[in-house]
Design a protein around this ligand. Structure first.
Ligand code: NAG
Ligand code: NAG
Ligand code: NAG
Length: 313
């Protein structure tokens, strides 16, 4: 009981502290604002704006001495002087709403990539202007888009926000994007049922969350069977358990014995493979099979799985 009272008191005190720092009166002006307009194309500037080095905090944004707001419609590719403009997929808040949290979209370089990933940001309507809580971005060249201006005539030379590779991603819990083909990555999903094995060679480096049928799933932390997870070389999280296959010990003493062991290993492997194949032939356990597979744009385009041929008697 007492602990709860203390917690309550702390909460009240903290809230009081927070309300004293109204972002409408406690904010900075966003740097390089005049380059963030929807009509300022990266080609016109040459060097992209990147918010990787932005000091996270509350910002108001001014272009040509006028306050501007974050666009609420998809900006054109390479606008806002960046390769990945971030815009507000929603409406700016009204003056009675107070601080709200809204979804922001990261615009990709292709025409149809209006929302290649999402982040969220707090914002508030201060009457004459808006303030936004902007966190530094996970990567370059991501930059927040504001207003509708064209690029300024004079080139920007003294921009001091240097992107840092030391920074951690702003918050992977919020910035993670869904992993493609998640439904085919289960430990009970044999590679033979997938058709084309999953290959992550072209996966964009970044934070991913993995959902199958609406449920979050985690990476297995015990050795998995060969040829599962929809691929021929599945990667798992090495916990306490030791994986015997497919680790290959290379030793230079007694190469004859090693050869014999390798031979036995290969025979056992083939036997297991045949048994697995026979089992799997009559047992399709890939839950994503035949379903539409989304989020397949990974570093290259048109990666979508082709639909199965029409069924004929
Ligand atoms: C502000 O937005 C809220 C939530 O959408 C709405 O309930 C309210 O009526 C709006 N207030 C004004 C003054 O438009
Ligand atoms: C914006 O958000 C809505 C609701 O979350 C979503 O349905 C829509 O696809 C989003 N817009 C874009 C361009 O992704
Ligand atoms: C850039 O340099 C010019 C001229 O020295 C100065 O007026 C301006 O305030 C500087 N801008 C920033 C953001 O430092």
């Amino acid at each position: 009981m007492k602990v709860q009272y203390v917690k309550l008191l702390l909460l009240v005190l903290l809230n009081k502290g927070a309300s004293e720092k109204d972002p409408c009166s406690n904010h900075k002006l966003l740097p390089k604002a005049e380059y963030r307009g929807k009509q300022c194309l990266l080609y016109d500037v040459g060097s992209a704006t990147c918010d990787r080095g932005l000091d996270s905090g509350w910002y108001a944004v001014k272009q040509n001495n006028k306050y501007v707001e974050m666009p609420t419609s998809c900006p054109p590719p390479f606008s806002c002087d960046t390769a990945a403009p971030i815009w507000l997929n929603g409406s700016n808040p009204n003056s009675t709403e107070g601080i709200v949290e809204r979804q922001l979209c990261v615009r990709g370089i292709y025409d149809d990539e209006c929302c290649k990933s999402t982040v969220s940001a707090k914002m508030k309507n201060c009457g004459a202007f808006y303030v936004y809580y902007l966190a530094y971005t996970d990567t370059c060249d991501y930059a927040y888009c504001f207003g509708n201006d064209k690029c300024p005539a004079t080139a920007y030379t003294n921009y001091t926000m240097t992107p840092s590779t030391v920074l951690s991603p702003s918050d992977p819990c919020r910035s993670a994007v869904p992993l493609y083909k998640a439904g085919l990555r289960g430990t009970y999903c044999p590679v033979y049922d997938v058709g084309k094995p999953i290959c992550d060679r072209l996966l964009s480096v970044g934070w991913y969350s993995v959902k199958v049928n609406g449920k979050n799933v985690d990476m297995p932390n015990a050795c998995i069977n060969a040829g599962t997870c929809g691929t021929s070389a599945s990667i798992w999280l090495d916990g306490n358990e030791k994986c015997i296959f497919p680790k290959v010990e290379v030793s230079d003493n007694s190469s004859k014995m090693t050869g014999i062991y390798a031979g036995i290993g290969v025979v056992i492997f083939l036997l297991v493979l045949i048994i697995l194949l026979l089992t799997i032939k009559f047992w399709n356990r890939c839950n994503g099979r035949g379903l539409k597979v989304e989020n397949e744009k990974i570093g290259q385009r048109n990666f979508t799985a082709s639909p199965p041929p029409p069924y004929k008697e």
